[in-house]
Design a protein around this ligand. Structure first.
Ligand SMILES: [Zn+2]
Length: 344
């Protein structure tokens, strides 16, 4: 089959790889209908050292189940399913505590041979616990929004939960990438009264307004902090959803958040330390977040998509064929595209 393989920074190739096969009795094989490129894939695209042995990429997909192992009982051949970015057994103590992203037997797609979603198919471990069946009669127009459940919409939602977003709260979202925009949707969905997005790309912040942002701050650094205070009041927003992961954005989050408030971190941290740890103590700030327990988030969000209350699929602004995947990476890396769908 054909799949996107990364060999190093700037080097993604679509090539022939072995067909995925059932290795465990709890596996399923998924035929991919739509996959997409993640902001986190770009970290490798910018920094991966050149390697002989490439990495099969992709952890977000909608697909049809092609085959199941003998111990798979819930998932059936022909099911249309959402692939969460991580797999989990659904039965260990951490899964039962709702932290399936730390499943004791779990792992991430795009990290093992035969497990990349940017290809024609992939192997899904623990299929019964991992996959979410969507009704076969689902309207085709909902596919992009359902695809966003694989990662970005769940991640924006979890950032909002981590920061304690609730009715009447003031919220700031840092970052106007796909996760930041989904965090806006999530904050609105959870009843936030004011949603301020901090971002520099006008087309994206315009979309943020359409999705529920009440205010936009395009300034950077100290100027951005002052602007947020002007909008949210001197005490600052109750909740800050940090959707970038850079030292600068975490520093801004700590500066703007209200005393006693909370920061929900969705951006994968690109620095080793949390800056300004003194301030997090003296301001009584909760720093929360981490890899999204996506299996816990999807059941809550799925009905809102199927019934048209939220439309996170709007974060996709380009669709390419699988063979054009390298161009999708380039376009996202150069910020020419916000988030790219790949169709095998
Ligand atoms: Zn588990």
């Amino acid at each position: 089959m054909r799949a996107a393989v990364m060999y190093g920074a700037g080097d993604v190739r679509v090539e022939d790889v072995p067909d995925p096969t059932l290795l465990e009795p709890t596996d399923a094989i998924l035929r991919v209908r739509r996959a997409c490129i993640c902001g986190s894939d770009l970290w490798g695209y910018r920094a991966m050292p050149a390697a002989e042995d490439g990495r099969e990429m992709g952890h977000e997909a909608i697909g049809v189940v092609e085959d199941v192992g003998p111990e798979v009982t819930k998932i059936k051949r022909g099911d249309l399913v959402v692939l969460p970015f991580a797999y989990c057994d659904g039965s260990c103590v951490l899964c039962e505590e709702g932290l399936d992203s730390s499943c004791l037997h779990g792992g991430f797609f795009g990290r093992f041979k035969g497990g990349g979603a940017q290809g024609e198919g992939l192997r899904v471990p623990f299929a019964d616990a991992t996959l979410f069946v969507i009704p076969a009669a689902t309207d085709e127009s909902l596919i992009p929004s359902l695809l966003s459940l694989s990662d970005v919409m769940g991640t924006g939602h979890y950032a909002a939960l981590s920061a304690g977003v609730a009715p009447g709260k003031t919220v700031a979202v840092i970052g106007d990438g796909a996760v930041g925009l989904c965090a806006v949707i999530a904050a609105k969905r959870l009843g936030a009264e004011q949603i301020i997005i901090l971002g520099h790309h006008q087309d994206r912040t315009d979309l943020a307004r359409r999705l529920g942002a009440t205010d936009v701050v395009a300034a950077r650094g100290e100027e951005a902090v002052e602007e947020v205070r002007r909008l949210a009041g001197d005490l600052g927003p109750h909740c800050v959803l940090e959707c970038v992961g850079h030292t600068d954005s975490i520093t801004t989050a700590i500066e703007i958040v209200r005393r006693g408030g909370a920061i929900g971190r969705a951006g994968i941290p690109q620095a080793q330390e949390i800056p300004d740890r003194q301030a997090t103590f003296w301001k009584n700030i909760t720093l929360a977040g981490g890899p999204t327990p996506i299996h816990t988030c999807i059941p809550e969000l799925l009905p809102d998509i199927l019934e048209g209350r939220i439309e996170p699929g709007l974060v996709f602004d380009r669709q390419l064929g699988l063979e054009q995947t390298p161009d999708g990476y380039r376009a996202m890396n150069e910020r020419e595209a916000l988030k790219v769908i790949v169709q095998p």
